[in-house]
Design a protein around this ligand. Structure first.
Ligand code: SF4
Length: 335
């Protein structure tokens, strides 16, 4: 029986029932806002969680109240033992979902169906093949689009993650929303965020206001509906009247949503990050391998959580590279 235990409740009363597990530090794309141009120093294989360790550590979290697990990376489907990991996690009393770049979806469709992993976030930042190659440094646009349709044709619940970068894809906002006229997808426009080595600059961000201005001009105010935001939301949800799908705006820099944060992150080398922007991490894997109980270690990490963005409460703090670069690269966090 799952206990709703205080070890996952922080000093601001936020209950953390959502665990994001990064399964791997590698990816088959090189998205410039995620993977530094020079790459990253990979953890030695011996320091990465095995499938059994992913299961055991996740089980501890589920026993104390986690009921939502999202598998991320790098690219989680690149793990050769991905089917084994899904099979193990499926024994737990939790919803399982994944965030993927979509390239390998066709190879894993059956195992995802078999273990009822129906919620898929697919990263796709442009609808223009040449721009896809520019931002991912790979030529896989068609494969991703084909697999997007494969997921929809197999009744998966798909959200399309679009990292908006001014001057690169902010001129495609309307095109992405037009997809929702006939596709039951939720397009999520994600504000460009600072992580180690991603050349972030506030001037490259596209704010919620800018997005909604474009939408109002093109679709008119009267056709824009505000939807109920999910509990513990990250995206503020909207839809165009009579369209099949919807779109959401995730603006953690200009419009943070930390009050309702219920997320904890576990890195591929078994460290807890109590916030996406936190540079302090707590090792769970070593104590686990030493046969130690994890509850007190987890509780301490959660109690250490800051109210907003790991303490970067002001725009000046966010803009300060001494702070915003003192973190992992996105590829080693998993979003
Ligand atoms: S910035 Fe940190 S505290 Fe805020 S919502 Fe994201 S993970 Fe939670």
């Amino acid at each position: 029986m799952t206990q709703n235990n205080p070890i996952l409740t922080d000093d601001f009363g936020r209950k953390h029932n959502y665990l994001r597990i990064s399964l791997i530090e590698k990816c088959n794309l090189r998205c410039t806002y995620c993977m530094p141009a020079e790459g990253i120093a990979l953890s030695p294989k011996k320091d990465l969680m095995t499938a059994d360790e992913v299961f055991a550590i996740a089980q501890t979290f589920v026993q104390h109240g986690v009921n939502k697990i999202r598998l991320t990376g790098g690219e989680p489907l690149l793990r050769k033992d991905f089917p084994e990991i899904i099979e193990k996690l499926a024994q737990l009393e939790t919803e399982i979902s994944i965030t993927t770049n979509g390239i390998l979806i066709d190879r894993h469709l059956d195992v995802l169906k078999q273990f009822n992993v129906k919620k898929i976030n697919l990263s796709l930042d442009t609808l223009v093949p040449s721009k896809f190659n520019t931002i991912t440094l790979r030529n896989q646009f068609e494969k991703v689009i084909d697999n997007l349709h494969l997921l929809l044709n197999n009744d998966f619940k798909v959200k399309v993650n679009v990292v908006l970068i001014k001057g690169f894809n902010d001129n495609e906002i309307i095109d992405f929303i037009k997809l929702t006229e006939y596709l039951p997808v939720s397009i999520r426009f994600i504000e460009f965020m600072p992580f180690a080595g991603n050349q972030w600059d506030r001037s490259k961000m596209v704010s919620q206001t800018e997005i909604l201005n474009q939408v109002s001009v093109h679709f008119s105010e009267s056709n824009l509906e505000k939807l109920q935001d999910e509990k513990n939301f990250t995206a503020r949800e909207f839809k165009i009247k009579n369209y099949l799908g919807s779109f959401g705006i995730i603006s953690s820099i200009t419009n943070p949503f930390c009050d309702g944060c219920n997320r904890i992150r576990l890195t591929a080398n078994g460290k807890i990050k109590n916030c996406l922007f936190s540079n302090s991490e707590t090792d769970l894997l070593t104590p686990y391998r030493n046969g130690e109980k994890l509850e007190n270690i987890i509780a301490a990490a959660i109690r250490n959580k800051k109210k907003v963005r790991a303490g970067m409460t002001t725009p000046e703090a966010v803009d300060n590279p001494l702070l915003n670069q003192d973190n992992r690269s996105m590829i080693a966090i998993g979003g």
